[in-house]
Design a protein. Sequence first.
Length: 95
Amino acid sequence: MQRVKGAAPDLGKTDVWSKFRGLTWWQWVLSVLPLGLFIGGALGAGIGFLGVAANTSIARKQFSTPLKALAMTGVVAAVYLVWLLIGAVLYALTD
């Protein structure tokens, strides 16, 4: 398709799955595990998306495989721990 001079750039179509292309199966699994926090509502979803972003970033780094697995597992554990701590604080404040 020919570009028209002065036309706005194409901002429409973005590939949502591009971050997951090229990952091994275990990197993919560890990357999407934080999405289990969707059960926690909007707060859980927000924290889960941050965990997915962190894990896909770690998966693309030039670390050794054991270090990547350890770091990604740590992110999953940290995300769930943060969600539990925020939930406990909110529960204590409303009790």
